[in-house]
Ligand binder design. Sequence first.
Ligand SMILES: [Mg+2]
Length: 179
Amino acid sequence: MRIGFDLDKIFINSPPFIPDALITRLYMKKPDGALEYRIPSKPEQGLRRLSHLPVFRPPIPENLAFLKSIPKDKNKIYLISSRFKFLEGQTNDLVKKYRLDKIFEEMYFNFENRQPHIFKNKVLKKLNLDLYIDDDLSLLNYVAKENKKTKFFWLNHTKKNHRLADNIFAISKLSDIFK
Ligand SMILES: [Mg+2]
């Protein structure tokens, strides 16, 4: 199978002092209801770089372990992260630290600062995945409509497993993708 994964909040946790409400403020809806993400301003980029120091971004060990347990002879796995250009240095450090380049067949990052859902949609169309896992439901709602053959999973630890749309499923742990 061809399987894609998001990075943040899938394998790397967010700092506990940044509440979800603040992260949600990263996106806004345009008046016509279309999804649009805000790219942080320069001063905010500095602050966010600080929040991306390794000490504030612990790995999620059980998810990294699951990733390494996926049989590589039967599956190809891909990393698709919409991290912006201002996090490129820290992202490269992270890739080295966890040897992500040895784990994934290919890695895609949004270093050209595209809108995250547009960026991921383009990569998803190119890769033609069987499964894709992300924690951002607004983004999944967008790409699921555009990629009908892919099965999408919303990783959310507070919701029970259930189907959200024809091709979107809520899961509480990564291993549920093979159920
Ligand atoms: Mg994420």
